[in-house]
Design a protein around this ligand. Structure first.
Ligand code: FE2
Length: 382
C-alpha cells in the first residue's frame, strides 16, 4: 500500500540526518538479510519460546534471561493456580449470561467482548503474582550505558501500573481474521515521532547489532498513538500479555510471534528504505543483490505477532489481555484518566467508545482490587 507523499519527505529527512546513511544501512541490510536467512531455518528446531515457572523468576541464570530478551517473548507458568484461572473464566461466562446486551464479536455468537471492569478482570490485574511478574518484566529494561545508574525523572520500574484491556473466550471451528501479523504500541509512529525514533538510532546508523530493544530512554516519551485510533495504546507497555484461562495447543487459536526481537526490529525499521526486485515470497529474497536502496514508499505487513486464524481444538481458547506497564510520567497520566473511567464504569480512554459497563450486573468496584500493589497500579493509592 502506498502511503501519502509526506512519508517520502519523512524518509528523506531520516536519511539526511544520519551521516553516510545509504552506505551504512545498505551494508547493514545485507547482514540483516543473511542473518534472517539463517534464523528462519534454525528457529523451529530450537524450541523457541522460553518457558519459566513463576516461582523461579528470581533465580534464572544470566543465559536464561538473555534468551528471553532476544526472543522477546516468555511463557510464565503457574502465575496463578489453574483453579483460579478457570474460576475467573466461569465468572466471566456468568457475567455475559447475566448481561446479554454486552457488545462483542461475532455479534451472533459473541467471543471477544468490549468489557474492561468485570470482577475477574479487576481481580486478575491486581493479583499479587501478576503484578510481581510485571515488575520482573519491567526490570528487563534498563537505561543506556551513557545514562549510567542515574534515575530517570518520575520513572520507577519497581512499581507496576494497570492498563485495562479486554478478554476473549474463543470457540473452536471459527476463523478469526482480526489479528494478522502486526506490532502493538504504535506502527508508523516508530519513524514519524522523533522521540520514538530515538529507540532505533543504532539501526539508522547501520550499527544494527548494537540496537538494544530494552533501552528505556526513547520509550518514555515516545508518542505511540499520533492518530488517536481506537485500540492504539498510548501508554508504554514493556510487554503485552495474555493471561490464559484455558489450555490450548498450537493451531488452537492461540498466539504466534516472531521470536527474535533484535532481528525483526532491524528488518522492520530499515525495510522502508529498500525495495525488492524479486517477489517477497521467493527463495532469493534473502540475497542482498535482489534489493535496492528504496525510491518509493511501500509498506508490507511487518511480521511480528498475529493471532491464528484457525481454532482447530475442542475446547475454548480464552485469555485476558493484561500487559506489563511501568511507572513513568506518561503512563501515570493515563492511569489517572483510566481511574476516572473505572470509577464511573466507562470504557478506558484508548478503546472504542460505547455503552458504559456501569449498567451491567457484576461490575467490579474498588473492593474487588486484590492487593495494595493493585490499588497503586490503578492509581487508587499512592
Ligand atoms: Fe497485538
Amino acid at each position: 500500500m502506498a502511503l501519502p507523499a509526506r512519508f517520502a519527505d519523512l524518509k528523506t529527512s531520516i536519511a539526511t540526518s544520519y551521516p553516510n546513511f545509504e552506505k551504512n544501512v545498505t551494508k547493514a541490510w545485507s547482514e540483516i538479510l543473511a542473518e534472517l536467512a539463517t534464523v528462519t531455518k534454525t528457529i523451529k528446531e530450537e524450541g523457541y519460546i522460553p518457558q519459566v515457572n513463576f516461582a523461579d523468576l528470581s533465580n534464572l541464570s544470566k543465559e536464561d534471561i538473555e534468551r528471553i530478551k532476544r526472543r522477546g517473548s516468555v511463557v510464565i507458568k503457574d502465575i496463578v493456580p489453574d483453579e483460579q484461572a478457570k474460576q475467573w473464566k466461569e465468572d466471566l461466562k456468568a457475567f455475559i449470561k447475566a448481561n446479554p446486551s454486552v457488545e462483542g464479536v461475532p455479534a451472533d455468537d459473541k467471543q471477544f467482548f468490549q468489557l474492561y471492569w468485570t470482577k475477574p478482570q479487576v481481580q486478575a490485574r491486581s493479583h499479587p503474582n501478576l503484578l510481581a511478574a510485571t515488575v520482573w518484566l519491567n526490570k528487563l529494561y534498563h537505561t543506556k550505558p551513557s545514562t549510567g545508574s542515574a534515575k530517570l525523572e518520575g520513572v520507577d520500574m519497581g512499581i507496576a501500573l494497570t492498563y485495562a484491556d479486554r478478554f476473549r473466550i474463543r470457540k473452536p471451528g471459527i476463523t478469526w481474521n482480526l489479528h494478522p501479523p502486526h506490532i502493538d504500541g504504535g506502527t508508523i509512529e516508530r519513524w514519524e515521532d522523533s522521540h520514538f525514533r530515538r529507540c532505533f538510532d543504532d539501526l539508522f546508523t547501520g550499527d544494527w547489532k548494537a540496537h538494544d530493544p530494552f533501552e528505556l530512554e526513547g520509550r518514555l516519551d515516545a508518542r505511540s498513538s499520533l492518530y488517536g485510533r481506537p485500540n492504539q495504546s498510548s501508554v508504554f507497555r514493556t510487554f503485552q500479555g495474555w493471561l490464559a484461562m484455558s489450555e490450548t495447543a498450537p493451531t488452537q487459536g492461540t498466539l504466534r510471534v516472531f521470536p527474535d526481537v533484535l532481528l525483526s526490529n532491524a528488518y522492520i525499521i530499515l525495510r522502508p528504505f529498500f525495495s525488492p526486485s524479486v517477489p517477497v515470497d521467493s527463495e532469493e529474497i534473502y540475497d542482498a543483490k535482489n534489493w535496492k536502496f528504496g525510491d518509493a514508499v511501500f509498506w508490507h505487513c511487518d511480521v511480528v505477532h498475529s493471532v491464528e486464524r484457525e481454532h482447530t481444538g475442542d475446547g475454548d481458547s480464552a485469555v485476558m489481555y493484561i500487559p506489563a506497564v511501568p511507572l513513568t510520567p506518561q503512563n501515570q497520566a493515563y492511569v489517572e484518566r483510566q481511574k476516572a473511567c473505572f470509577l464511573e464504569g466507562q470504557r478506558p480512554p484508548d478503546f472504542p467508545k460505547g455503552p458504559a459497563e456501569s449498567g451491567f450486573l457484576g461490575v467490579a468496584s474498588v473492593e474487588d482490587v486484590l492487593s495494595k500493589a493493585g490499588l497503586r497500579a490503578m492509581g487508587l493509592a499512592h
